[in-house]
Design a protein around this ligand. Structure first.
Ligand code: AMP
Ligand code: MG
Length: 402
C-alpha cells in the first residue's frame, strides 16, 4: 500500500505521446491547441467607430463650429468615405471604418439632428472631449504578427473567437487517446434491462464516460463478466486497440476478483496496488511495455468516482498537454474525526463566503452510496496523519461540478 501522493506521482510519471489532429473550429472548444496563433492583421484592423453618431474633424470644432451639415452616411461594412468639406460631417454607425478626413465621433445622444430645406444638420449639444473620441484605434489592442494564443492553451470560447477573427477555420489540437472503459462483474446488467433481485444496472461505466466526455475524451464502453479465461482473452484484444484502459471492479480480495492477476499474466507491469485512501483503497495501476496504461479501479461507485477525479482526470489533462488544473482549497465547516491512517476523501458541498470557499460535509453511507453524491459538489482531501479536522482549517478540494 502506498500513500496518495506517491500514487499520484507514479501515475503522473506515465507519459504517452499523443499525435496532433486538425479539427474544425466548431469542434475545437475544450481541446488543447498544438500550434501558436498569431494576429494576421492589427486588432482592430481599422479605426473602428464605437458609437452611432457623427464623425467630424476635431479641429473644426475647436475653431468654433457647432453645427455641421451632414454630407452622407458611413455604414459598417462599407469602404471608407471621405469628408469633402472640413466643416461638415458624416453620419457614422458602430463598426464602421472612420471616414477619411475625420478624427472624432460624437454620439447621437450628444447632437440634435435638424432637417432644413432638404438638408440635414447636426448641432452639437455636448462638447467632444478629445480627438479620436469614440474611436477604437487601429492596432490599439494587438499588432499584426503578435502572438495571440500560445501552443498548449486549453481552448475556451474566448480562444475560439480570436482564432475565427484571424481566419483559422481549423485548428491543430492534441488528438485524444483511445480509451476503453470496462466494467466487470457478474451482477451487472444493462441500463435498459430489468434487473433480477440479485442484479444491479451498471452505472460506473456511464459515470466514467460522462466524466471523460467533459474533457473531450470520447471513450468506448464494455462490460465483462468475472470469468478469468474470458477476461484474459477479451482484455488482450483491447490491448491492441486502446492506449488507455479504465476498468472498474474486480481488484479487491474477493474470490471473483481476477483483474490484478489477469493483467499481470497479460504482461501489464504493476506500478502499484492499494493506496492508503478511503474510499478507493484497492486501486490497481499498471503499464504494459508496448501497450496501454491500465487504471483498474475498485467497483464501488464512490471509489470509482474518487479515483477518477483525484487521478485520472488530472493525468488525462497532462497527457493532452494542458496546464495543471487550479489547486482549490476550501475551509471545513464542521469538525470531522477520522481514525484510520488513510487519506480521507470527504464528500462536501461548497459555498463561497467572504473568507473563501467553505466545504460542508455531506452525509454519505459509505463507498456504495452514490446517491449520496447528488448532494455533493466534490471531495475534501483530508490527510492521513491527522485524526481530528477542525472547522475553519483548509484542505484541497476536488470538484466534479463545473
Ligand atoms: P468490486 O470492486 O467488483 O468488488 O465491486 C464492489 C461493489 O461495486 C459491488 O457491490 C459491485 O456490485 C459494485 N459495482 C462494481 N462495478 C459496478 C458498476 N460498473 N456499476 C455499479 N456498481 C458496480
Ligand atoms: Mg466485482
Amino acid at each position: 500500500m502506498i500513500p496518495v501522493d506517491e500514487a499520484f506521482a507514479r501515475i503522473m510519471a506515465q507519459k504517452i505521446e499523443l499525435p496532433v489532429a486538425e479539427v474544425s473550429l466548431e469542434e475545437a472548444v475544450g481541446k488543447i491547441l498544438r500550434e501558436p496563433i498569431y494576429a494576421d492583421r492589427d486588432f482592430p484592423p481599422y479605426h473602428r467607430v464605437t458609437m452611432d453618431g457623427i464623425a467630424i474633424r476635431y479641429e473644426s470644432y475647436l475653431a468654433g463650429e457647432d453645427t455641421f451639415r451632414v454630407e452622407g452616411m458611413q455604414l459598417a461594412g462599407a469602404p471608407a468615405q471621405t469628408l469633402t468639406h472640413k466643416d461638415e460631417c458624416l453620419e457614422v454607425m458602430t463598426g464602421a471604418i472612420l471616414p477619411k478626413n475625420t478624427d472624432t465621433v460624437i454620439r447621437y445622444e450628444d447632437v440634435s439632428i435638424i432637417e432644413r430645406r432638404g438638408k440635414r444638420y447636426a448641432h452639437i449639444l455636448a462638447a467632444p472631449k478629445m480627438r479620436l473620441q469614440n474611436v477604437h484605434q487601429q492596432g490599439s489592442d494587438r499588432k499584426a504578427t503578435d502572438l495571440l494564443i500560445p501552443e498548449g492553451t486549453l481552448l475556451s470560447p474566448a480562444e475560439i473567437a480570436v482564432a475565427a477573427t484571424v481566419g483559422k477555420a481549423s485548428l491543430k489540437v492534441t488528438q485524444a487517446p483511445r480509451v476503453a472503459i470496462i466494467s466487470t462483474g457478474d451482477e451487472l446488467v444493462k441500463v435498459t434491462q430489468t434487473p433480477l433481485p440479485h442484479q444491479i444496472r451498471k452505472s460506473n461505466s456511464y459515470m466514467l464516460q460522462a466524466a471523460m466526455r467533459e474533457q473531450n475524451v470520447l471513450a468506448d464502453v464494455f462490460h465483462l463478466i468475472d470469468d478469468k479465461s474470458l477476461l484474459l482473452d477479451e482484455l488482450q484484444q483491447k490491448f491492441k486497440k486502446y492506449q488507455v484502459l479504465v476498468l472498474s471492479g474486480g481488484v479487491s480480495k474477493g474470490k471473483a476478483d481476477f483483474i490484478p492477476e489477469v493483467l499481470q499474466e497479460l504482461g501489464v507491469e504493476q506500478v502499484f496496488h492499494e493506496v492508503a485512501q478511503r474510499p478507493g483503497k484497492p486501486f490497481w495501476f499498471g503499464k504494459q511495455a508496448a501497450g496501454p496504461v491500465v487504471f483498474a479501479l475498485p467497483g464501488n461507485p464512490v471509489s470509482t468516482f474518487v479515483c477518477y477525479y483525484k487521478y485520472i482526470r488530472l493525468w488525462l489533462r497532462a497527457i493532452l498537454g494542458a496546464a495543471p488544473a487550479w489547486n482549490l482549497q476550501a475551509h471545513l465547516t464542521t469538525e470531522i474525526t477520522f481514525n484510520p491512517k488513510l487519506t480521507y476523501f470527504l464528500p462536501v458541498k461548497v459555498f463561497i463566503s467572504a473568507t473563501g470557499w467553505r466545504a460542508q460535509p455531506v452525509p454519505i453511507g459509505g463507498s456504495g452510496d452514490f446517491a449520496g453524491l447528488l448532494a455533493a459538489d466534490g471531495f475534501l482531501e483530508l490527510p492521513p496523519d491527522q485524526i481530528k479536522f477542525s472547522p475553519g482549517d483548509t484542505f484541497p478540494f476536488i470538484g466534479f461540478r463545473s
